[in-house]
Design a binder for this molecule. Sequence first.
Ligand SMILES: Nc1ncnc2c1ncn2[C@@H]1O[C@H](COP(=O)(O)OP(=O)(O)O)[C@@H](O)[C@H]1O
Ligand SMILES: CC(C)(COP(=O)(O)O)[C@@H](O)C(=O)NCCC(=O)O
Ligand SMILES: [K+]
Length: 244
Amino acid sequence: MLLAIDVGNTRIKGAVFENNTLLGHFVFLKKDFKKNIENILKEFPKVADLAVASVGDLEKNDFSSFDERVKIHFISHENHFPFTNLYETPKTLGIDRMVLASGAVLQFPKQHRLIIDAGTCITYDFVDQEDNYLGGAISPGLRLRYEALHNFTAKLPLLELGSPKNIIGNSTSESIHSGVVNGAVNEIDGFINDYKQYYSKFTIILTGGDAVFLAKRLKNTIFANSNFLLESLSHLFQYKIKND
Ligand SMILES: Nc1ncnc2c1ncn2[C@@H]1O[C@H](COP(=O)(O)OP(=O)(O)O)[C@@H](O)[C@H]1O
Ligand SMILES: CC(C)(COP(=O)(O)O)[C@@H](O)C(=O)NCCC(=O)O
Ligand SMILES: [K+]
């Protein structure tokens, strides 16, 4: 049994898998990650392996207190991945993006794939049908856009994520919601349409904390899978990591 942990820049997500079947799912903050992991390990005594993909500020050492209880697999650039990495700076490529690309290759073989992860940042990753990882894009996520508008201006309030009533915002708050939400939706639809000019057919995977919110607003029909990164960690673990 595997406990997969995704340390993002906003939240930590965890899931327990038995042969790629998800048995339990957890979300918590960095400040209480140890207690939460201890509780999960108590609830699932059969967990023998812990796989961690971290782009947040938790390092391998932060997990060492669990290494008497479980085998720790802290995913790094040294692991084996099921794709050819054509990024010009492979060592700076986010581990989360490498795990997403792996999951896309392992779960959607022999096809072009675009993976969009709407988390702290919105990341775009493209893996072609020959399993070459080409790269993609990084832009601010929804929460980050609201925060940036507030933090870098004198007059703009900090708003919670909300649905814009219209494209034309008729107040300060409606203008912000339209700018953030309609802006991100148009960005994602725009990227998808741009990729279509180069690749006539590709599989799109949308994940991350804002995936469900965004999916229903996109012009392109995309199925959102909020657990795709954790599922990908499980598939990658089965593929190779457990023997690395
Ligand atoms: N309880 C929550 N706390 C923080 N962000 C949340 C929450 N629920 C949904 N979100 C949304 O999730 C996004 C962050 O997604 P997430 O996948 O957790 O990020 P990361 O993987 O970078 O930590 C934010 O833009 C925010 O709008
Ligand atoms: C772009 C990211 C900050 C996204 O992090 P997230 O939104 O998942 O918290 C992360 O993938 C990262 O630190 N990447 C390193 C730069 C790169 O991928 O090229
Ligand atoms: K992301």
